[in-house]
Design a binder for this molecule. Structure first.
Ligand code: PHE
Length: 343
């Protein structure tokens, strides 16, 4: 290499150093300092480049210039290290203050809301039947007595109509009652739809009972209704067995016992076998041809079954609840056992 020797003035080195120190001292945070490291400290910084060109400096000057550059570089590195240490300290101190947790502060005691176990059970039942291809139908709680009684073949003098059971709405000649069961929704469904019909009707129902351990004047039912060609009681029994197994456990089966409902013929009570005993569950039967006809369905072509049970009772048996008050009174200590308020 034969190029002419160069010379690096001490003032030049001083200027490079001064610029680097100024930049370092002005870095406000570690990100800025990182940029400054590349520009003023790293391999491509002016001071590093000056060092790299030392070889071109004449032999006489090389030692002094080298020493000047070395010292300047050491100063820059030192300033950088000092600033870095200060900025790290500042960052950590700030974090300690900002992210401080005051363990003496009162906790947030508000509980998150969640579904009442009765609502969860209703959803479970809806999911089951929707999975079987049923639709979920709803109707009004304030119902015409024609739909609640007459269309269901419950005659005027039937005991279910008596003042003891039914909440009649004044004026009495308006013919309105608080529905005593969800069966009027079946009538509505049959009036509005052509068979085949596969629906469940869950909802609130009313009877003038006193609230006690096993009764409540406001309760919930879920009824099922199927109208199709060739439907028999075997279909009803199979559906009830599946229903019971899904709600109470895979080994649970049902039995049906002869009974009477004006709107089904034949009619039956359905029980399920649970924890070593038969438990009454609800009513069921083949839809009475008079009801089919009242709803404009040709009973020579179509047959159907219906069943209906109380949700409170179902929940009580399944979850070992012994007092109806627990279900209706809304005490969170009860609901929380089902996950309400903790989710
Ligand atoms: N609706 C009847 C009740 O409330 C139950 C039932 C529904 C019975 C469907 C037979 C068929 O008691």
């Amino acid at each position: 290499m034969s190029s002419a020797p160069i010379s690096i003035e001490p003032a030049e080195i001083e200027a490079i150093k001064a610029q680097a120190l100024k930049a370092i001292s002005e870095a406000k945070n570690l990100d800025e300092l990182k940029e400054i490291k590349i520009a003023h400290v790293g391999d491509r910084s002016p001071i590093a480049k000056a060092n790299q060109s030392l070889g071109q400096v004449s032999m006489e000057q090389r030692a002094t210039t080298g020493k000047l550059i070395g010292t300047a570089r050491a100063n820059i590195n030192q300033a950088f290290d000092d600033r870095e240490r200060d900025l790290i300290l500042a960052r950590d101190t700030k974090a300690l203050v900002e992210e401080k947790v005051d363990v003496t502060l009162p906790v947030n005691r508000r509980h998150k809301g969640a579904l009442h176990p009765l609502t969860s059970l209703r959803h479970e039942i809806e999911d089951l039947f929707v999975g079987l291809g049923y639709q979920v139908a709803e109707g009004p709680e304030l119902e015409s007595s024609w739909l609640n009684f007459d269309a269901l073949n419950i005659p005027q003098d039937h005991p279910a109509r008596s003042m003891q059971d039914t909440f009649f709405i004044e004026p009495l000649d308006a013919g309105l009652v608080l529905r005593t069961h969800t069966s009027p929704v079946q009538v509505r469904t049959m009036l509005e739809n052509e068979p085949p019909i596969y629906v469940i009707c869950p909802g609130r129902t009313y009877r003038s009972d006193e609230l006690d351990a096993t009764h409540t004047p406001v309760f919930n039912q879920v009824e099922g209704l199927v109208i199709d060609k060739g439907i028999t009681m075997a279909d009803l029994k199979g559906t009830l067995d599946l229903f019971a197994a899904r709600i109470f456990g895979p080994d649970v089966t049902t039995r049906i016992r002869p009974s009477f409902f004006p709107f089904t013929e034949p009619s039956a009570e359905v029980d399920f076998f649970y924890n070593g005993r038969w438990v009454e569950w609800g009513g069921c039967g083949m839809v009475n041809h008079k009801v089919l006809e009242a709803c404009g369905i040709d009973s020579k072509i179509y047959t159907g079954f219906a069943f209906g049970m109380g949700l409170e009772r179902t929940l009580m048996v399944r979850n070992g609840i012994t007092d109806m008050h627990d279900i209706v009174e809304g005490d969170l200590r009860f609901s929380r056992q089902f996950g309400t308020g903790t989710r």
